[in-house]
Design a protein. Structure first.
Length: 152
């Protein structure tokens, strides 16, 4: 096997908590790859409720279990198991678990530093939207709303 290649087994990888989500990071900025990847699970109602965009990052979400509602640009879509949601740079988006059980998905980002942004969101005090907006700004992203999207 090539010395740069590696195996990351079930339950292995860095662990983080972001809002109500549990992340298991499989690839991040220190892995020498052009992408980042993590598995995330979150309960009903959980997700990223604030409409936001990433100016230079791409994200791909592949839903394994659950039902997740996305706001993508001007439309609302519901992802079910086997669905993929592809978010190019500059596309406003947010999401929430609208199913009755836990949502489980794989997320791939490019560049891999986007995983670090997501992990650092977990260190922001709940409700401190100024700090969240500043964090997004440091990572070439923008928080577009200051309250959860679906309560407006």
């Amino acid at each position: 096997m090539d010395a740069r290649a590696r195996y990351i087994g079930p339950g292995e990888g860095g662990r983080s908590r972001v809002f109500a989500s549990e992340l298991e990071v499989k690839a991040g900025r220190h892995d020498g790859l052009s992408f980042g990847m993590f598995r995330s699970t979150f309960p009903p109602g959980g997700g990223m409720p604030f409409l936001h965009l990433h100016r230079t990052y791409e994200e791909a979400f592949y839903l394994i279990q659950g039902e997740v509602e996305f706001h993508l640009g001007d439309e609302e879509v519901r992802a079910v198991p086997g669905s993929a949601v592809l978010v190019p740079p500059g596309a406003p988006h947010c999401f929430r678990n609208v199913g009755e059980g836990e949502a489980d998905w794989i997320v791939i980002t490019t560049p891999p530093v986007a995983v670090q942004l997501i992990e650092e969101v977990g260190s922001v005090a709940p409700g401190d939207l100024d700090a969240l907006a500043q964090l997004f700004d440091r990572y070439d992203s923008e928080l577009l709303e200051r309250r959860p999207h679906w309560t407006q």
